[in-house]
Write a protein that binds this ligand. Sequence first.
Ligand SMILES: [Zn+2]
Length: 76
Amino acid sequence: MSDAALVPALPAVLPTAGVTPLPLRELLPWAVLALLLAVIVVYFVGAEQGATSVFSGGFVHEFTHDGRHLLGFPCH
Ligand SMILES: [Zn+2]
């Protein structure tokens, strides 16, 4: 006996009720915000030390230190 006989057949047309397309005009500001936040996070994880440091002291560097090593950024 074949297992394929136990799989129900899919309908010819999948139901699409309740699915509305998202306009690009509404998505763009959120995409820009996400990109900006991602760039800020990558900066603080990857480059917040030494000459490129924005904040004095080592708090931000130490706070993101494990993430820096996890992502493979050069550290020490
Ligand atoms: Zn390190």
